[in-house]
Ligand binder design. Structure first.
Ligand code: SAM
Ligand code: SF4
Ligand code: SF4
Length: 322
């Protein structure tokens, strides 16, 4: 097993399958910045065979989980074929905006996907369309969630809460999933990337969100490195991802692989470590593992604990994968 300079293992790989998206969430890909954006060309993106090679190389280093994300992962063609290629002993999850979930949920479950996290910032159409800068509706996402549950996938809902936009979603989304097995998690608006005009006045902290809900009882984390602080409300589980007000770098065991094959050791990094170069020079699994071991062993990232202390330009979240 490989450990970084803070003794953190590498357990979780988030793979960005594409830098493209069918939404333009204001907090992630503001339209004015992404209108004339140069998205990656097909030949720049790692193929499914190349991605599988990376994943298989990392298993001996201690990798236990893979999360497929993006951009919007369901925009990548034949994603189910890729899931079937992955080592099935891994915990395989996906984060999606859910717009295409109704169409793919059954095939995803059959392919070996274990869990899906669906982003949903509002139940009311006005807020959903304003935050996502989209003409799509929350109904489409809700149908996707229902289909995924029926297909046997374990489902979580992620809701980013941003002051002035969707504070009311804390109550509304919690209520919407009462009586279901869907775990709802509320996320503090983060200063990822350089385009979302983040300001700290727009952060609704986990503490503020909890004050909007009654009868919350704190429960223990299920594993080391869990990002959400878990609460129970009756039979319902609610999580709060408080990376601004309560950073959790101490247990961060996540690496991110951009669609063009760079490995990032922090969500707030400005630079990745190119793996595509060695992959396309026919590196063996052992050589890829050695390269990643070297990168991870010198990792000292803890951005959220030192927020605002003179960072250089941060990469966009839609590029490295949320
Ligand atoms: N498109 C997919 C989706 O939206 O679920 C996957 C990629 S998206 C970058 C992954 C997650 O990052 C989503 O749950 C999204 O809400 C979250 N996210 C994006 N920008 C964020 C920000 N500025 N603060 C907090 N969460 C953010
Ligand atoms: Fe797309 Fe997800 Fe970013 Fe929204 S949060 S713009 S759905 S990548
Ligand atoms: Fe991990 Fe970086 Fe986030 Fe800290 S800021 S939890 S090191 S990704």
């Amino acid at each position: 097993m490989v450990r970084d300079l803070r003794n953190r293992p590498l357990r979780d790989l988030r793979i960005s399958l594409t830098d493209r998206c069918n939404m333009r969430c204001r907090y992630c890909m503001p339209r004015e910045h992404f209108e004339n954006h140069d998205f990656l060309d097909k030949q720049e993106i790692l193929s499914y065979e190349e991605l599988t090679l990376v994943v298989e190389s990392l298993v001996p280093l201690g990798l236990a989980k893979v999360r497929l994300t993006g951009g919007e992962p369901l925009l990548r063609r034949d994603v189910c074929d890729f899931i079937k290629m992955l080592p099935q002993e891994l915990d395989i999850a996906m984060t999606t905006n859910g717009l295409l979930l109704e169409k793919y949920a059954h095939d995803l479950a059959l392919s070996g996907l274990n869990r899906v996290t669906v982003s949903l910032d509002a139940i009311d159409i006005e807020t959903f369309q304003a935050m996502g800068d989209t003409k799509d509706t929350p109904e489409t996402v809700l149908r996707g969630i229902e289909t995924a549950r029926k297909a046997g996938l374990s489902v979580k809902v992620n809701c980013v809460v941003r002051a002035g936009y969707n504070e009311h979603s804390v109550e509304k989304i919690t209520e919407r999933f009462i009586g279901t097995d869907v775990v709802v998690r509320f996320i503090e608006f983060m200063d990822v990337g350089e385009t979302n005009s983040w300001q700290d006045q727009e952060v609704i902290t986990g503490q503020m969100m909890r004050s909007m809900l009654d009868n919350l009882v704190k429960i223990e984390p299920t594993y080391v490195g869990e990002v959400a602080n878990r609460y129970q409300r009756g039979k319902q589980e609610i999580g709060f991802i408080e990376s601004v007000s309560k950073p959790f770098c101490g247990d961060c065991n996540r690496a991110r692989l951009s669609a063009d094959g760079s490995l990032y050791t922090c969500l707030f990094a400005s630079k990745g470590n190119d793996l595509k170069g060695i992959i396309r020079m026919d590196a063996t699994k052992k050589q890829i593992a050695n390269a990643v071991r070297t990168i991870w062993s010198s990792r000292d990232d803890a951005y959220s604990e030192n927020r605002g202390s003179g960072e250089t330009e941060k990469v966009e979240m839609s590029f490295i994968g949320g």
